[in-house]
Design a protein around this ligand. Sequence first.
Ligand SMILES: C[S@@+](CC[C@H](N)C(=O)[O-])C[C@H]1O[C@@H](n2cnc3c(N)ncnc32)[C@H](O)[C@@H]1O
Length: 337
Amino acid sequence: MFASRRKQTISGKNIIKNIKRIKPAKARKVIRRFHFLIEKRRNICEYLEIEISDNDEVRNAKNINAFLSKVPLSKKEYNTGRNHKERQKDIEEKLLHIDNKATSEKWNTNELILCLGYVMKEIELEGGLENYQMASQIGQDTNRGGDSSGILIKWMKELGRSKDNEMNALEIGSLSVKNKISTSGIFNPVIRIDLNNLNNDKGIIRQDFMKRPLPGNNEGKFDLISCSLVLNFVPTPLERGQMCERFTKFLKTEGYLFVVLPLPCISNSRYMNAEIFKSLMSTLGYNQLKYHEANKVCYFLFQRQNDEGKANKKQFYKKLKVRDGPKMNNFSIILPQ
Ligand SMILES: C[S@@+](CC[C@H](N)C(=O)[O-])C[C@H]1O[C@@H](n2cnc3c(N)ncnc32)[C@H](O)[C@@H]1O
């Protein structure tokens, strides 16, 4: 048990301190809860897109309380005559029912904002993200068939790439310095960044890729960008599109882009499939070299072309439904106009 060594957040929730003490079953539970939270954040952001999707206050966890205090109605509604546990139960119940615009009932904006605050608090202030990152490290071993960069290295070798090519890499959303991308020797140096700095002292820089300073010249660019299970983490379709556009600014011509997504983003979304993603990346100037579907995730390897994409970007300015079904999700990517 790791109970006696628990580190706690200000609100008293537990943060997993020692990764070696988490059992795989516990790790899976933490991962499932976190995916639930980011799915709900995505759903609520989609509902409230006009009002708050570009609102930094919602993104910035430290301002969540300040943000909620600006919504007096919802605060009042939930504070009056209810104790904390009841409120929590009520919100959890609501979260279960908030799914997507197409199928769910009409939600009151204040209720949604309150639920968003609740979700964001757990993600950012109550150890949700930290626990998830810890659990994901276990997950890399047990939950989804291991370190995703294993397939990247296999593909690089198939493409005839080796240590001799002297390639550098940027790993976005890095949780470990021991993954194959770092240990194969093909990429050197590997610059690892992540929103959080769990392993800062071990060579992972705390940085938001969307705020990373642009390289001044080609020397500052990379031969490879790895973005494994990160795009699905980004809350809104437009921000995902902005991230896809931004890759190009950091990639040398003919550089590689390795993207990993949870399989349902591709296999079970109303707005996305492997062909659409390939075609979206093609409009941004990428050629798809490899694709592989595993049980839970799918892997893409793209190469940046000499010229900008020629295809029509306009088709990706809004999401287009390609299929429908009751249990489908709404994962999508929208390019900025
Ligand atoms: C599921 S983890 C993926 C970890 C690892 N790459 C893997 O494949 O297992 C997603 C990570 O992406 C990071 N992330 C999300 N958006 C980011 C951004 N804009 N810049 C840097 N890291 C980001 C999160 O902090 C989180 O640690």
